[in-house]
Design a binder for this molecule. Structure first.
Ligand SMILES: [Zn+2]
Length: 254
């Protein structure tokens, strides 16, 4: 396989990555290779292969990963010493922890994945249209703050998501979201109302006090076949963002 795995520098004692599709197949425009959504095993063998490849690359066995059963809400799971290793986090769209060797995983295909790290904490968030409207990002920052890392000590990185260039929505829906996050108002390349969710997430992070935001990983999942896009293909797989505190300064090596 040739799964894309980008390492992100988030904090010296933290490993962080965004995955993408495996385009080594014959037709890069289609295919599930690289899918990491365990609840969408269209091709179980490919899912298992992708999980093995990522696990080997990041040095964290897949049975240790904490995946979220995401529901487009604002609940934040706390992973602590009592949480079974590798447990699925149910009905949440964000997770935080102080623990080492507890990889937190967000699954996306157009929604915005956000990874967080502070001096003591790490976190992940999943922000789609509903998550932006409900501000799951500030709920995550609040949870990190309660664990001891105030917003000004937190660094956040935003991964590949559908852009305002492509995320067409009805005008009424655009009005609803932009009534809360005005910078989300955008226009598609073909001239229709759209939402810029990555810009909205940056604004929400800033409003929550997180000013150290890396947007260098953003790219439009819909327009770029290197990523899964639910809007482009409703049967799409999912890429992931992963963050793990390693307890040493070697976690960002890749
Ligand atoms: Zn686009």
């Amino acid at each position: 396989m040739a799964l894309s795995i980008a390492a992100i520098e988030l904090h010296p004692a933290v490993g962080a990555w965004f995955t993408g599709r495996d385009l080594s197949g014959r037709d890069p425009a289609v295919g599930q290779a690289g899918n990491l959504a365990h609840r969408r095993p269209h091709l179980p063998a490919e899912l298992a292969a992708a999980r093995r490849e990522v696990a080997r690359h990041i040095g964290q066995p897949a049975d240790r990963w904490h995946l979220m059963r995401q529901v487009h809400g604002t609940e934040v799971a706390l992973v602590d010493a009592r949480t079974p290793v590798g447990a699925e986090l149910r009905d949440v769209d964000a997770a935080v922890t102080l623990e080492v060797d507890r990889p937190l995983v967000v699954q996306v295909a157009d929604c915005v994945p956000v990874l967080f790290a502070g001096p003591r904490t790490i976190g992940v968030a999943h922000a789609g249209r509903a998550g932006v409207y409900l501000d799951v990002v500030s709920a995550t920052v609040d949870a990190l703050t309660r664990l001891g890392d105030p917003p000004e000590t937190i660094r956040a990185v935003i991964g590949p998501a559908i852009g305002g260039c492509c995320y067409e929505v009805p005008a009424q829906l655009q009005d609803q979201v932009t009534s809360r996050v005005p910078v989300a108002r955008a226009t598609t390349t073909w001239g229709t109302p759209s939402l810029d969710l990555p810009a909205a997430v940056v604004a929400q992070l800033t409003a929550a006090g997180v000013t150290d935001v890396d947007t260098g990983q953003t790219a439009c999942t819909h327009g770029d076949h290197r990523w899964f896009s639910h809007r482009r293909d409703p049967t799409s797989g999912r890429q992931v963002g992963i963050v793990v505190r390693t307890g040493s300064a070697t976690g960002v090596a890749a």
